[in-house]
Design a protein around this ligand. Structure first.
Ligand SMILES: [Fe+2]
Ligand SMILES: [Fe+2]
Length: 179
C-alpha cells in the first residue's frame, strides 16, 4: 500500500481509538457511572488539533487531485470537504460546551449525552465514508499514477498525541491509550 494511504488509514485508526474511549465515557455518563469530563473534552480538543489542522487539509488537497483525475467522484469529494468545514465548527462548539461544564455550567445529563453521541456519529460516519467510498479509488489512482506531489504532514512532529512526544495537554488521553 502507498505511503499516502498508509498515513491516512493510520490517522483514521488513531481517531477511532479515541472515539471508542469517548463512547465509553458517554456510556458511563448516561448510566450514572463514574465518568471523566476532562477525558471527554481533551478528546474533542485533540480532534480540533491534529485532525482539523493537518489530517483534513491534507485530505482536501489529495481529494482535489482525485476529483481532477476522476470527475465522477466530484460530488462525493464536495460532500467530504463540506463535512470537514462542518466538523471544525462542531468541534469548536463542542469544546466550548464541555469547557463550560468543567467550569461549573449546569447542563442536564441527557443533553450532554445526546450532543456527544451525535458528535461521535458525525466523526464515525465521515471516516466510514472516506474508508468505504473514496480511499479504494485513491489507491487505484495512486497505483496507476505512482507520483503525487502533496507532502504528507509529519505526524511525528505535528501530532501532539500520536507523534514522537506527547504534549502535556493530552497526557490524560495518552494514559487512557496507554501511550
Ligand atoms: Fe476527512
Ligand atoms: Fe479522514
Amino acid at each position: 500500500m502507498s505511503r499516502v494511504l498508509d498515513h491516512i488509514h493510520q490517522d483514521h485508526r488513531n481517531m477511532i481509538q479515541l472515539l471508542e474511549i469517548l463512547e465509553s465515557e458517554v456510556k458511563d455518563l448516561a448510566s450514572g457511572s463514574d465518568h471523566d469530563y476532562s477525558v471527554m473534552s481533551d478528546i474533542v480538543d485533540y480532534f480540533n488539533h491534529y485532525p482539523t489542522h493537518f489530517h483534513h487539509p491534507y485530505e482536501d488537497k489529495l481529494f482535489e487531485w482525485i476529483g481532477i483525475e476522476n470527475p465522477s467522484l466530484r460530488s462525493l469529494i464536495d460532500e467530504l470537504q463540506t463535512e470537514h468545514e462542518a466538523q471544525a465548527t462542531l468541534g469548536n462548539e463542542m469544546s466550548m460546551f464541555l469547557q463550560g461544564i468543567r467550569t461549573g455550567h449546569m447542563v442536564p445529563r441527557e443533553a450532554v449525552v445526546k450532543d456527544l453521541t451525535e458528535y461521535i456519529r458525525v466523526q464515525r460516519d465521515h471516516i466510514d465514508k472516506e474508508e468505504g467510498r473514496l480511499l479504494k479509488e485513491v489507491e487505484n489512482l495512486l497505483e496507476a499514477k505512482r507520483a503525487i506531489e502533496i507532502p504528507l504532514p509529519d505526524r511525528d512532529t505535528l501530532d501532539p498525541l500520536f507523534g514522537d512526544k506527547v504534549d502535556t495537554a493530552f497526557s490524560l488521553i495518552a494514559d487512557a491509550l496507554e501511550r
